[in-house]
Design a protein around this ligand. Structure first.
Ligand code: NAP
Ligand code: ZN
Length: 348
């Protein structure tokens, strides 16, 4: 028997979100039903509902940073039990059989991962995300929220946290590494916290110095405004790793010029339009320009445990569900410190 969830959905591209009721599938043998406590607002939600990434199966209930409690577990579920505090990120299933899935990189599943919303589920229905009262998910794609993490502050870790943790680990951020984070938003502020906790020397490259005090408090040692052209000459050839979290088109070549020999710039920001590169900015210093998409289930659990150990949560502003459209406007205006989280109890 399906259950009815209350939710907020975008009815069509670019239209404001509005209340809706959606059906959640019955709890299958390997599923859990989660009563949602908090859902984060990621800039990807906004790209999706605004049509930046192409046509979508509207209505779309966004939300891929989800924390709540297990209220029902299928007969075969051993990983989670009723009462556990759990999380769901950007993916709710994958083939589980291919080499990438077997390696724990389910986000790169060769059949394509199944996204938490606006994706075709295994039963042919369209997935609907976390701006809702409850959700039913295959237990293998559900994370454990460690004790000691505040549940609301942990919510953004499910996307923003893993998306920055994964490339920081892959490109060996740690002691002796000079890491720059471009954009101090949802992803950027967690990149700063995580990179600092890994022992790297962190620099924030933000459009202005407005958030400098915050950046230093979050763990950065240096903070520069990219609106100041002197920044690019002062910092030439001075980073080992740059994590670009910007949601819009930037002059990639100018940032590549900041990399030292063998340095890498990793794009996690996902603007819809193509970015231009002057190849000479890559040839110099044998630089790498790369990308990275979220992270697999094992690494997401590792990240949550790391954050619990290092007392890392997101800086959040908790809102009621009816403020979601206002929050979207503020994210688009870079006016977020540093993640909006919907209190899902305001949906009921
Ligand atoms: P966000 O909170 O809006 O942060 C983006 C930051 O980028 C802003 O706070 C701002 O920082 C900077 N920025 C915005 N517009 C800019 C512009 N025109 N020029 C220069 N800087 C600008 O967004 P988010 O949730 O962190 O997401 C960031 C991007 O990552 C989005 O494109 C999102 O879709 C993508 N994403 C990718 C993945 C993945 O798997 N790769 C996962 C999640 C999100 P300052 O004010 O400090 O300049
Ligand atoms: Zn996201």
């Amino acid at each position: 028997m399906t259950t009815t969830a209350k939710a907020y959905a975008a009815p069509a591209a670019g239209e404001p979100l509005a209340p809706i009721e959606i059906e959640r599938r019955d709890v299958g043998a390997n599923d859990v039903r989660i009563d949602i406590e908090f859902a984060g607002i990621c800039h990807s939600d906004i790209h999706t509902v605004n049509g930046d990434w192409g046509p979508q199966p509207f209505p779309v209930v966004p939300g891929h940073e989800i924390v709540g409690r297990v209220v029902e577990a299928g007969a075969d579920v051993t990983k989670h039990k009723v009462g556990d505090r759990v999380g769901v990120g950007c993916m709710v299933n994958s083939c589980g059989e291919c080499d990438n899935c077997k390696a724990g990189d389910e986000q790169y599943c060769r059949q394509g991962m199944i996204g938490t919303y606006a994706a075709t589920d295994v039963d042919g229905t369209t997935t609907q995300g976390g701006y809702s009262t409850h959700v039913v998910v295959d237990a293998d794609y559900v994370l454990s929220i460690p004790e000691g993490l505040d549940p609301a502050a942990a919510t953004p870790l499910l996307c923003a946290g893993i998306t920055t943790y994964s490339p920081l680990k892959h490109w060996n951020a740690g002691p002796g590494k000079r890491v720059a984070v471009v954009g101090l938003g949802g992803l950027g502020h967690l990149a700063v916290k995580i990179a600092a906790a890994l022992g790297a020397e962190v620099t924030v490259l933000s459009q202005s110095l407005k958030k400098q005090e915050d950046g230093l408090r979050l763990g950065a040692s240096h903070y520069y405004a990219t609106s100041d052209p002197d920044t690019f000459s002062a910092l030439a050839n001075s980073f080992d790793l740059i994590i670009n979290t910007v949601s819009a088109k930037i002059d990639v070549s100018a940032y590549l010029g900041l990399l030292d020999r063998n340095g890498a710039m990793v794009n996690v920001g996902a603007p819809g339009e193509p970015l231009d590169i002057n190849v000479f900015s890559l040839l110099t210093n044998r630089r790498t320009y790369a990308g990275s998409m979220i992270g697999g289930i094992p690494e997401t659990q590792e990240m949550l445990n790391f954050c619990a150990e290092h007392n890392i949560g997101s800086e959040i502003e908790i809102i009621s569900a009816d403020k979601v459209n206002e929050a979207y406007e503020r994210v688009l205006a870079s006016d977020v410190r540093y993640r909006f989280v919907i209190d899902a109890s305001t949906l009921a």
